[in-house]
Design a protein around this ligand. Structure first.
Ligand SMILES: [Zn+2]
Length: 450
């Protein structure tokens, strides 16, 4: 992915940066400078090196942006699982479990995206809100409609977001008003890939997107596996989302042991695959997921909201499986990865109540890592984004915990919040008001408030 032209891409940030590294889930670097040119991080150094690095890299004093005491940079959030067409009904329809929820809410709304103009309007709202909450990279499910899915790609590109966009595939067990034939589904997927390529949108990547195994025949799944291989594309879907869904998958595919085998034998588990949920995997299935190099999109909000279950992040981290966070709008009711961070922590703590005393729930540092570096690993983008390293593209959020309308206070008199307290308060209490600026590939995509 290359960067689009912008005259705002040369700058130096001076102040505090917070990010995850291979060794530390949350590292705080104070009094540092970070230089960005043409969307990439050119150098990182101590503030005392400002003058020498400016000279070496040909920056001028006007390029320096000094962060104040309440401000720090973090990498942009990565949302690994977002159903863009479901955005209009976020925050509603939380009364059913998964399969009933799909029938009553998801399918009727998604079918409306046959109208590409409607799709364009709705997708613009979805992408705008995702960016507003600091998601610089999102992996979107669209619908079965090719034209509307191309609109989603165009909207994300126009707004400046980095995105994986998938045309959804469904050729069985779906309502009459929202289904495709196997042949049509494969042909339209290939057309989507070709049309998207013609649009030449450098931040947008097509992703093969079977909805989930119950809504796809083996013929379709195998055909999609071949397309992914032919075009060397990432693959996203849902796998083992709930006990109810697993039972359905087993009954529909009697020649397969479980949902994992259905995907594996169809050629859909590769090192470019990331699956949402994976709540009910056996140890044997976890081994397969790890061996194939697949990632998992952990979506705690929807797992709870449609009562699918509680994902054991600790177990998966111990198993060395790549994990990122997903909002799973609109099974998840908030298009915000900050919310996913909080819910991932809560679910992990709830799970720990029934575990041996040495079981460690995840804390905010690890949840932050999942939301940034973890997400980039799941999408196979960790050589480009996910943290602040020289040579990576600059996807970042400028956080201001002292902004006038901040939803929380930092205390500087009797009790003093140190920088770690400020970071923690933002992760637990912050919202979009604290996200002052959003950068994708060095380009500012959220303007400061005037
Ligand atoms: Zn989903």
């Amino acid at each position: 992915m290359s960067c689009r032209e912008s005259d705002e891409t040369s700058r130096i940030f001076r102040g505090t940066f917070v990010h995850a590294t291979a060794k530390e889930p949350l590292e705080i670097c104070e009094d540092r400078i970070l230089g960005v040119t043409d969307g990439k991080i050119q150098f990182i150094g101590g503030a005392d090196e400002l003058s020498s690095l400016c000279t070496e890299y040909n920056f001028i004093a006007e390029d320096v942006q000094q962060l104040n005491e309440g401000q720090f940079l973090i990498p942009g959030f990565v949302d690994t699982h977002f159903h863009a067409p479901q955005y209009p009904y976020t925050g509603t329809g939380m009364d059913l479990q998964l399969l009933g929820w799909l029938e009553k809410y998801a399918f009727p709304v998604e079918s409306k995206y046959a109208d590409a103009d409607f799709a364009k309007r709705m997708y613009d709202k979805a992408v705008r809100h995702s960016l507003k909450w600091g998601t610089t990279t999102a992996s979107y499910f669209a619908t079965i409609h090719t034209e509307a899915t191309l609109e989603l790609a165009k909207v994300a590109a126009k707004r400046g977001q980095r995105a994986f966009v998938g045309k959804v595939n469904m050729d069985q067990n779906s309502p009459k008003f929202y289904i495709e034939s196997t042949e049509e589904s494969l042909r339209e997927t290939e057309r989507f890939i070709a049309e998207l390529k013609k649009l030449n949108l450098p931040r947008i990547t097509p992703v093969i997107t079977p909805r989930f195994s119950p809504s796809c025949t083996v013929e379709l799944l195998e055909g999609l596996g071949k397309l992914a291989k032919r075009y060397d594309l990432p693959i996203q879907s849902h796998m083992s989302e709930s006990a109810e869904e697993c039972e359905l998958a087993v009954s529909l595919f009697p020649d397969y042991k479980n949902d994992t085998e259905v995907h594996d034998r169809s050629g859909l588990l590769t090192d470019k695959t990331y699956m949402a949920h994976c709540l009910c995997l056996s140890d044997e299935e976890i081994d397969i997921v790890r061996q194939r190099g697949c990632g998992i999109a952990h979506c705690p909000s929807s797992n709870t909201a449609v009562r699918s279950g509680m994902f054991d992040v600790r177990k998966m981290l111990n198993a060395k499986v790549k994990i990122g966070l997903g909002t799973d709008v609109a099974g998840g009711y908030q298009p915000s990865i900050l919310d996913a961070i909080r819910q991932a922590i809560i679910v992990s703590k709830l799970l720990s109540l029934n575990k041996p005393s040495d079981y460690q729930s995840i804390e905010y540092r690890e949840a932050f890592m999942l939301a940034t570096l973890g997400g980039s690993q799941v999408l196979g983008l960790d050589d480009k984004i996910g943290n602040f390293e020289v040579g990576k593209e600059f996807d970042a959020l400028l956080i201001d915990v002292c902004c006038e309308d901040s939803p929380f206070d930092v205390i500087n008199d009797l009790y003093t919040d140190n920088i770690e307290d400020k970071v923690q308060k933002f992760l637990y209490l912050g919202d979009d008001r604290n996200i002052k600026e959003v950068y994708v590939c060095g380009e500012r995509v959220k303007e400061p408030k005037t």
